[in-house]
Every structure is written in structure tokens, then in C-alpha cells.
Design a binder for this molecule. Structure first.
Ligand code: SF4
Length: 352
């Protein structure tokens, strides 16, 4: 049985309203649903962390926000974008040229792996100029702004702009990519595992830069990661994805200290404290579901220690056990989850 309603996580001033958004691929062995009827709002100016294991649908959610789902994937549902000035935009109803304009100028994206985002035969400066040219911007004004952005990211602008990608370190390349993504002054930055290839220290310093730059520019940031400790100190809200749908959404602090879903608790308990390097995190037992064969009822039931016949038969609705509509989970047994799955987190370094 499907849940009749899904909570929409309404926010005060949405910049995105995502409704019933799904991505399907037709495969020989059946239809593969890699994003399943997602409903969520993104608040203007917030940092939304989207967390899940690999294969949970995180990257698909990022691509959907730019209507950039790789073919032959089919994105359905509705994604409304509300610019600061101007009329709302139905993202799934734009022509190819309209969506291309929106992609850099309004909603920009940093995908995983800066290394492959740059053309190795062009200097970093060429990439900046090409982007300005493609969007009809004034080159000299744009390059002045590029200098400013690179300096804010603690890069020597002249040196970086004159370099080829292979001449820069991983951290420098990632910061140059961040500057490039901000060149046309977008309102939204969607970041998909932007720091995954970097060492822990560089990740932390880039996270701090992202937070500062976001605050200064009133950016809305959607930060996608498998690394809950990494996003813990960055995000205002966190959405936890499991089996191609959100299973818990709430303020970051509440998710970290009082999570309501057994899967979120398992994720947190695989991280003894938030400074633990990823290599030391314990994996969660069991496998994430095959998109062609998602378990019926609650999709987490094969891995959940609290699962019973009700969970096997019935897909739980989003709900809260304490009237807190900002923090909800898709679980039949929230109270029991709190009681029977204690959080082992030793220390939460989080400032509200
Ligand atoms: S609904 Fe049941 S199986 Fe699903 S997370 Fe809750 S307790 Fe576990």
C-alpha cells in the first residue's frame, strides 16, 4: 500500500518546489526507478545537505534540479523554480536553449571530480572567458569579477588563470571550479560530492569557504554527499535519502542529535564522532536496494532491526511523533526507534 500523502516540508520562501518528481530508466530486466516521487521544498538562502549511501539517488536529485538527468532517463513530476525577481519557472517545461541559460546564470552546479570538469587543452582562464562569451557577458568586466572570486578563494588569480588544469593541485582545481560556477552570479549552487577526491583537511577548508561565500552572496546551496560528518557543520537542514526517496528531513541539529529514522541512526552510529575520517566509519550492514527491485512496504525493512509485518506490507507515511512538522521521518515506529536504537555519537560539534 502506498502512503496517501507525503509531507511537502513547506518552507517560508521556497526557491524550489519539487513535487512528485521521479526518474525512470527502461532496462531489459524492467523499469528502474532511480528517484521515486520526491516532494521537497528548498528555502531561499538555505544550505540543504542531501545525504545517502552511494546508489541512493543523490546524484539524480542534483541533476533533476537542473533538468539535466542523463539520457535515456526520464524525469517526470514538477520542479518549480522561483527566482528572486521575475516569474516562477517550470523547469521541466523549458526549451533546450532556455534551460541552458538558466543552468549557469540562475542555477549553477559543481559536479564531483573537478579534474574532469576542465578541458585539459585549455587554460583555466580560457574556461572563464568561454563561459562569459557563451552567455553574452562583457569579457573584461567578467574577468575582473573572476579575479575577485579567485582571491576570495585564496588563489593567486593571475597564476591560476594562466595555468592548465594539470598544473594545479586537486584543492586548487576544485576552488577554481567553484569560482567558475559563481562567475555568472547564480542564485543557486548545486554541489554533488564536490570535495570527495580531496584529503580531509582540504575538504574542511573548502567547506568553510563554501559557507562564507554562500553567506556573502545570499546563495542557496544544495550540497549532496555520502559523508554525514562533512555536511553536519555546513547545512541548515538535512534530507536523508534511502532507496531513491527522502526518508527523513529536518533541521541539521535535530537530525544529528535526535534523528527519527532507523536508517539515519545507523548512518550516525557508523560515525563515532563527527571528526572521524571516512576510512574509519563502520559500514551499515546489508545492501542498498536494486532500483529494479525495491522492497515493498518500507524499503528499509530488510535492513531494519525494528522491522515487522506492518513494515513489510505497508509503505509508511512521512510523520512526526511530537508535532514537529519541520522534522519528519518515513517510519511507522518513530518512538520505538528513539527508544531502541540509541545514538552512539560521542560528541556533536555543532553550533546552531
Ligand atoms: S517502517 Fe519499519 S522497517 Fe521501515 S524504518 Fe520504520 S521500523 Fe524500520
Amino acid at each position: 500500500m502506498q502512503a496517501e500523502t507525503k509531507h511537502k516540508f513547506d518552507v517560508d520562501d521556497p526557491i524550489f518546489e519539487v513535487r512528485n518528481a521521479s526518474v525512470t530508466f527502461d532496462m531489459e530486466r524492467g523499469e528502474s526507478k532511480v528517484m521515486d516521487s520526491i516532494d521537497i521544498d528548498v528555502d531561499r538562502g538555505e544550505i540543504l545537505g542531501v545525504v545517502g549511501e552511494s546508489g541512493s539517488g543523490k546524484s539524480m536529485f542534483a541533476s533533476a534540479l537542473l533538468d539535466a538527468v542523463p539520457k535515456p532517463g526520464v524525469l517526470s513530476g514538477e520542479i518549480q523554480y522561483y527566482p528572486e525577481d521575475g516569474e516562477p519557472v517550470d523547469l521541466l517545461d523549458q526549451s533546450e536553449s532556455e534551460i541552458k541559460e538558466i543552468r549557469w546564470e540562475e542555477i549553477s552546479m559543481v559536479f564531483q571530480g573537478a579534474m574532469s570538469s576542465f578541458n585539459p587543452t585549455m587554460t583555466i582562464g580560457d574556461h572563464f572567458e568561454e563561459t562569459l562569451q557563451a552567455h553574452g557577458r562583457d569579457i573584461s568586466e567578467g574577468m575582473e569579477y573572476a579575479d575577485e572570486l579567485l582571491s576570495e578563494l585564496y588563489l593567486e588569480a593571475d597564476q591560476v588563470l594562466g595555468s592548465y588544469p594539470h598544473e594545479l593541485s586537486g584543492g586548487m582545481k576544485q576552488r577554481a571550479l567553484l569560482a567558475l560556477s559563481l562567475l555568472l552570479e547564480p542564485e543557486v549552487l548545486v554541489m554533488d560530492e564536490p570535495t570527495a577526491a580531496l584529503d580531509l583537511l582540504m575538504q574542511r577548508s573548502i567547506i568553510e569557504l563554501i559557507r562564507d561565500i554562500g553567506e556573502e552572496r545570499d546563495l542557496t546551496i544544495v550540497f549532496i554527499t555520502h559523508d554525514l560528518p562533512l555536511v553536519a557543520n555546513l547545512a541548515d537542514r538535512i534530507g536523508v535519502l534511502y532507496a531513491f526517496e527522502f526518508v527523513e528531513v529536518g533541521p541539521a541539529y535535530d537530525i544529528l542529535t535526535d534523528s527519527k529514522h532507523p536508517y539515519t541512526r545507523a548512518l550516525l552510529n557508523s560515525t563515532p564522532n563527527l571528526d572521524t575520517p571516512r576510512e574509519e566509519m563502520r559500514p551499515i550492514e546489508g545492501k542498498s536496494p536494486d532500483p529494479v527491485n525495491v522492497p515493498a512496504g518500507c524499503s528499509y525493512h530488510p535492513r531494519c532491526p525494528l522491522s515487522d509485518e506492518n513494515c513489510v506490507q505497508n509503505d509508511p507515511p512521512f510523520q512526526s511523533d511530537d508535532g514537529d512538522t519541520d522534522h519528519q521521518a518515513k517510519c511507522h515506529y518513530i518512538e520505538q526507534t528513539r527508544r531502541e536504537i540509541p545514538l552512539n555519537l560521542q560528541e556533536v560539534e555543532y553550533s546552531e
